[in-house]
Ligand binder design. Structure first.
Ligand SMILES: Cc1cc2nc3c(=O)[nH]c(=O)nc-3n(C[C@H](O)[C@H](O)[C@H](O)COP(=O)(O)OP(=O)(O)OC[C@H]3O[C@@H](n4cnc5c(N)ncnc54)[C@H](O)[C@@H]3O)c2cc1C
Length: 452
């Protein structure tokens, strides 16, 4: 017999969690379906374990840069145990109870859409019927079609973030967030890391200058950064794994770690059978409210292909839930931050110069070396580094982009994000006063360096 709900949420990562909690708080009858763990990729195999792992070697690196501090050691079994605690030992039973206490029907199983008008979702031996279905099934690591990859030890983000031992050697495939963060972590834990990036620079979606700076920092950590080449084949040579690159060189390794992109998890959901088309990368295209169709199918998070970040999934969860609840909301992605939690942090917001030029903006740009203009980098570390870049639209007299490769940039990029989102006039920003001595003061220097 079908069970009736106002909404069924498929997938309980951050997007599904926010959407369902909001609907539950408003008194709606909600069923949530999760085939693995409530908390999703983010909670167990992505954001939480990676940021937890990164922090301890980062503290040790910071200690090397603080006058008069003896350098602490990183105790791997203790760090590993804390990581295990942070990922709840891959146990979501408290989350299940928590949602049940909020009034949700929690179904553990793989969901498949089996009917439309009304929407019907099959999961395990249950069939759930609802006026609204929110697809929040996230994304999975792409496996590049490289000959031999299935015959050697390969880690996706899942094995990498739940690792038990630090490998002696690793080849990281992909120079974006996953490759940079995990590559730096492994290198700092004593692993010989080779980072292979197909394109000419790292963090390719950001300003070229960001990629240059990041490559320098990673090389300083001992990482062998190889840009402009890709894996040609992977093979075994006795007990060893050998990665052949298309520039003719080979790298011997213990493991190949994949960070070469992610694809939306829409396979097996039964979408095509119900006449619902996915995009070229399997994603579910949505409108400004998160609608996939006009008759009650919605999507949030990585599966939408908008921007693969937890804060975007959560934002879309708020927009979809509020729209279902009758509020007038439209998602606006202006000024949403993009951070790579490397050391120093890589943070960006708004447009890159290529995007601004493609829009035909009359662009003014500035870049400041923070130790040259500020006191804070010097009070913060003995050999300071940090760069901030700004992009302004001369026509509108507002900021349109900002980027930084600097300590704590993930925190202070939000000022630029707010300025861009709110369209705060440059004249107002130029009259701003930031606390001395902080990295935030660098905004004034960069604003003054814009040739307006
Ligand atoms: C290594 C790594 C580090 C990252 N670090 C950050 C970071 O620091 N900050 C940040 O903002 N983002 C980070 N991300 C990205 C972030 O993890 C994702 O953007 C986020 O998890 C997306 O949330 P989601 O709700 O869309 O999907 P997910 O978290 O992927 O959750 C989707 C859920 O749906 C379930 N599911 C799938 N199919 C079905 C089905 N048919 N039936 C039932 N359940 C199903 C899955 O089991 C899963 O639990 C990182 C990603 C990686 C890989």
């Amino acid at each position: 017999m079908d069970e009736q709900f106002d909404a069924v949420v498929v997938g309980m990562g951050p997007g599904g969690e926010v959407a369902s909690s909001r609907l539950l708080a408003a008194g709606r009858r909600v069923a949530v379906v999760e085939r693995e763990l409530i908390g999703g990729e983010c909670g167990y195999w992505a954001c939480i374990p990676s940021k937890t792992l990164i922090r301890s070697p980062e503290v040790r690196a910071e200690a090397r840069q603080a006058a008069g501090v003896s350098v602490p050691t990183v105790d791997w079994p203790e760090l590993r145990a804390y990581r295990d605690k942070m990922i709840r030992h891959l146990d979501d039973s408290r989350q299940v109870t928590g949602y049940e206490e909020q009034g949700a029907t929690v179904v553990k199983g793989t969901a498949r859409l089996v009917g439309r008008d009304p929407w019907r979702v099959a999961a395990g031996d249950r069939t759930l019927t609802a006026g609204h279905v929110i697809v929040a099934t996230g994304s999975a690591a792409v496996r590049p079609p490289v000959d031999g990859l299935d015959r050697v030890p390969v880690w996706t983000n899942r094995e990498a973030t739940t690792l038990r031992e630090i490998p002696s050697r690793a080849v990281l495939v992909g120079g974006s967030a996953v490759g940079v963060e995990l590559g730096q972590f492994l290198a700092r834990m004593g692993c010989a890391v080779t980072l292979v990036q197909r394109g000419p620079r790292l963090v390719r979606r950001e300003e070229p200058r960001v990629g240059e700076l990041v490559a320098g920092h990673l090389r300083a950590d001992g990482i062998d950064v190889r840009t402009g080449c890709q894996l040609a084949a992977v093979r075994r040579d006795d007990a060893e794994t050998v990665v052949d690159l298309d520039d003719g060189t080979s790298v011997r390794t213990d493991v190949v770690v994949l960070g070469a992109g992610r694809e939306a998890r829409t396979g097996g959901l039964g979408l095509a059978e119900l006449g619902i088309e996915t995009g070229g990368r399997g994603e579910l295209p949505i409108d400004g409210q998160g609608r996939v169709t006009d008759d009650g199918l919605w999507a949030v998070g990585d599966v939408t292909g908008v921007a693969m970040f937890t804060h975007v999934a959560q934002y879309q969860g708020r927009v979809v839930a509020d729209t279902i609840l009758g509020k007038d909301r439209t998602a606006d992605y202006t000024g949403v931050p993009r951070v790579v939690f490397a050391d120093p942090e890589i943070a960006a917001v708004g447009l890159t110069s290529a995007q601004a030029q493609a829009r035909g903006l009359d662009l003014a740009t500035a870049e400041v070396d923070l130790p040259t203009v500020l006191a804070r980098p010097w009070t913060y570390q003995t050999e300071p580094a940090g760069t901030l870049g700004l992009l302004a639209d001369r026509g509108r007299g507002v900021l349109v982009g900002a980027w930084a490769v600097a300590p704590l940039a993930a925190e202070w990029i939000h000022q630029a994000g707010l300025a861009i989102r709110a369209g705060i006039p440059l004249t107002t920003l130029l009259d701003g006063v930031a606390q001395f001595p902080t990295f935030s003061q660098g905004y004034l220097n960069a604003l003054e360096a814009l040739s307006l």
